[in-house]
Design a binder for this molecule. Structure first.
Ligand code: AHG
Ligand code: MN
Ligand code: MN
Length: 337
């Protein structure tokens, strides 16, 4: 494996392949530096005084952890002055953040889940950052945060880049600019991301599933059938045993699947129906779906391809089933009967 840095990879995507322009290259570098800063804050743990509750709720009514708020601020501060963005939206903010007038405005929109897996922060288990990049439509009204929301309401197929960082035993950045999936490991001594994975591919078949089984009785009938077939293992219709893994941080659970295959599900359940599901379409489902599809996998709600959902609001939620293609196809087929 060549020791290419993230900067080097991005230059090649721009210069040789013409897949990205200089602004998008800069944007991704800035996001990666913000993630590096988040990684440092997380790494300090209890020593940095960053663990615990922030004492506030976000727009979804969820209690914010100090690191949720800190990570959000790091991403906002890193990205607002560079001239590459028109606006930002975050799971942790009610409304989009427009770029202050003192800075130039760019052509991109950045969306993020600054800290994914918040319930794992205080127990020292892997967490992450997820981000998605869209182009700002020409003539979009950015005169106020309220008006700016409309610019973001694009289907996931319009994403020009998506990525996530896993803060685990190593800090890893996984990225797609629509040209396959690559990964970079944070070199803590040198300070920067070095490429450690290329052309990542999710095996089409798997015998590992990832779901919060505690919600089983709340799922819809097709999901009940799909999972119970796997639980029956060798004795059931699938004729093979399955294993189960659930970290509880979407980033970590999907990263395992991007690495070695599997199927990740946060399906619709009766507790979450009013809200539209548990996971957020624009900060979690769409960027992860783009990566999974770029790695040869599939991503659906059970009824439609996630990337084709046209959002009605930025904080919209959806059911999520993603990972190894043949498993996702089987789950989808069960929703059709
Ligand atoms: P967040 O910490 O950004 O709110 O997201 C948490 C999400 C996701 O990461 C994970 O898959 C899921 O919530 C965990 O839900 P359970 O509490 O049902 O395990
Ligand atoms: Mn999340
Ligand atoms: Mn979050």
């Amino acid at each position: 494996m060549s020791q290419r840095t993230l900067a080097h990879y991005l230059i090649e995507e721009q210069r040789h392949k013409g897949v990205i322009n200089a602004d998008l290259r800069f944007l991704i570098e800035v996001v990666s530096r913000a993630c590096q800063a988040i990684s440092v804050a997380i790494g300090k743990g209890g020593l940095g005084g960053a663990l615990g509750e922030a004492g506030s709720d976000n727009v979804q009514g969820e209690a914010q952890k100090k690191l949720d708020v800190l990570s959000n601020d790091i991403l906002l501060n890193a990205n607002e002055w560079g001239g590459h963005l028109a606006a930002m939206a975050s799971e942790e903010m009610d409304l989009p953040h427009t770029i202050p007038h003192r800075y130039p405005q760019g052509e991109y929109l950045l969306l993020f889940d600054p800290l994914d897996g918040s319930s794992n922060i205080d127990v020292n288990v892997s967490i992450g950052t997820i981000f998605s990049v869209l182009k700002c439509p020409d003539g979009a009204d950015l005169s106020s945060p309220e008006a700016a929301e409309a610019a973001f309401l694009q289907a996931g197929t319009s994403q020009v880049a998506a990525g996530y960082t896993v803060y685990g035993p190593t800090t890893l950045l996984v990225l797609t600019v629509g040209d396959g999936v690559v990964s970079f490991t944070l070199d803590r001594e040198q300070g920067g991301f070095v490429q450690t994975g290329e052309a990542m591919k999710i095996p089409a078949d798997t015998s590992e599933f990832s779901i919060n089984m505690a919600n089983q009785r709340f799922w819809e009938a097709p999901m009940q059938r799909y999972v119970s077939d796997m639980q029956l293992g060798k004795d059931g219709p699938l004729g093979k045993d399955y294993n189960m893994r659930w970290v509880g941080s979407m980033v970590a659970d999907v990263h395992r699947i991007v690495t070695r295959g599997g199927i990740f599900m946060y399906p619709m359940d009766s507790k979450m129906k009013e809200k539209g599901g548990k996971l957020r379409l624009m900060y979690e489902a769409n960027p992860m779906a783009m990566i999974v599809e770029q790695a040869g996998g599939a991503a659906t709600t059970g009824y439609e391809r996630i990337l084709e959902i046209v959002p009605g609001k930025i904080h919209q939620r959806c059911a999520v089933i993603m990972g190894s293609k043949n498993e996702v196809d089987r789950a989808t087929a069960m929703h059709k009967v």
